[in-house]
Ligand binder design. Structure first.
Ligand SMILES: Cc1cc2nc3c(=O)[nH]c(=O)nc-3n(C[C@H](O)[C@H](O)[C@H](O)COP(=O)(O)O)c2cc1C
Length: 271
């Protein structure tokens, strides 16, 4: 093993790369996927059966949990109760509300001296403090921000413009290819303020942890998704995590270098 090449070598095995491939939504499997999802969603009995399905535990002793929540816990609990997925938006958020959303979800909580093995801690736990997920913002209609593709820089607390939208019609047409109606259902892009994309840099984690690093990247996405949800609930913004997109099209739209860089989840933002 040559440590100097660690980041440039592929840290994932062919099995892990195959998993990323086989779990992708493509133009060829999108209808099959959509039918499978619809057939479960159309019959509530199936959903109940799936959720109720756990391994048999046998007889267990049950200890009832009681607590007196302190003030901060109650505040957190109330935000969690408020948190929900919203699928119909009526207003657009403005730049200030977007700033609130991002700055309150993913930020530097502690900076270390130069000699520390990691440079800073952030607002989510992350395997090895490697933070292998970057947040992208595809701005459709946020008030006070130009239309285009941005990457969020948590160090500078800034959005960096990667690509201005250019012609609106064409921009929306390209985006529709990423989020086709067959997979997503009938969302009107005009009513969405913007789309957060969770972009994984797989090798940032796998160069240290190998295939296990892939799990860790996905866990960062989960933590970020919840943080965005909570921060949206606290800031009066609505959102919905969206896993229904064509991977290759969204990766191309964002200019990701595959297989290392890839869109792992998206989230529609509005009001
Ligand atoms: C990974 C992930 C993918 C999701 N994908 C979609 C999606 O494609 N379309 C959608 O309408 N909701 C999607 N959701 C939202 C879930 O359906 C929602 O979280 C769930 O129904 C629970 O509702 P709640 O968030 O309001 O509590 C997704 C959520 C997660 C975490």
């Amino acid at each position: 093993m040559d440590i100097a090449n660690l980041f440039y070598d592929q840290g994932l095995s062919q099995y892990a790369l195959d998993f990323m491939q086989s779990s992708s939504m493509t133009p060829f499997n999108q209808l099959e996927n959509a039918q499978r999802i619809q057939s479960i969603m159309n019959i509530p009995y199936y959903s109940r059966q799936i959720i109720a399905h756990t391994l048999e535990r046998g007889t267990t002793e049950r200890i009832k949990l009681n607590t007196l929540f302190n003030e901060e816990s109650i505040a957190l609990r109330n935000i969690q109760i408020k948190r929900k997925s919203t699928r119909s938006f009526h207003e657009h958020i403005n730049l200030e509300e977007l700033a609130n959303l991002l700055l309150n979800s993913y930020f530097i909580t502690e900076r270390f001296e130069k000699h520390s093995h990691h440079l800073s801690r952030r607002s989510i736990p992350s395997g090895g403090a490697l933070y292998p997920v970057d947040l992208y913002y595809i701005n459709l209609n946020t008030i006070g921000l130009q239309r285009g593709v941005f990457v969020y820089n948590p160090h500078e607390e800034a959005l960096e413009l990667l690509q201005p939208a250019g012609d609106k019609k064409n921009f929306f047409r390209q985006l529709r290819k990423c989020f086709p109606e067959a997979v997503l259902g009938s969302w009107n892009l005009d009513l969405i303020s913007g789309i957060v994309v969770f972009g994984g840099v797989l090798n940032r984690s796998s160069c240290k942890y190998g295939d296990r690093g892939l799990r860790f990247v996905l866990m960062d996405v989960g933590a970020l998704c919840q943080n965005l949800h909570l921060s949206a609930a606290a800031g009066g913004v609505s959102c919905c995590a969206i896993g229904g997109y064509i991977d290759q099209n969204l990766n191309d739209f964002l200019g990701f270098q595959q297989p290392d860089e890839c869109a792992l989840l998206s989230m529609f933002i509005g009001k």
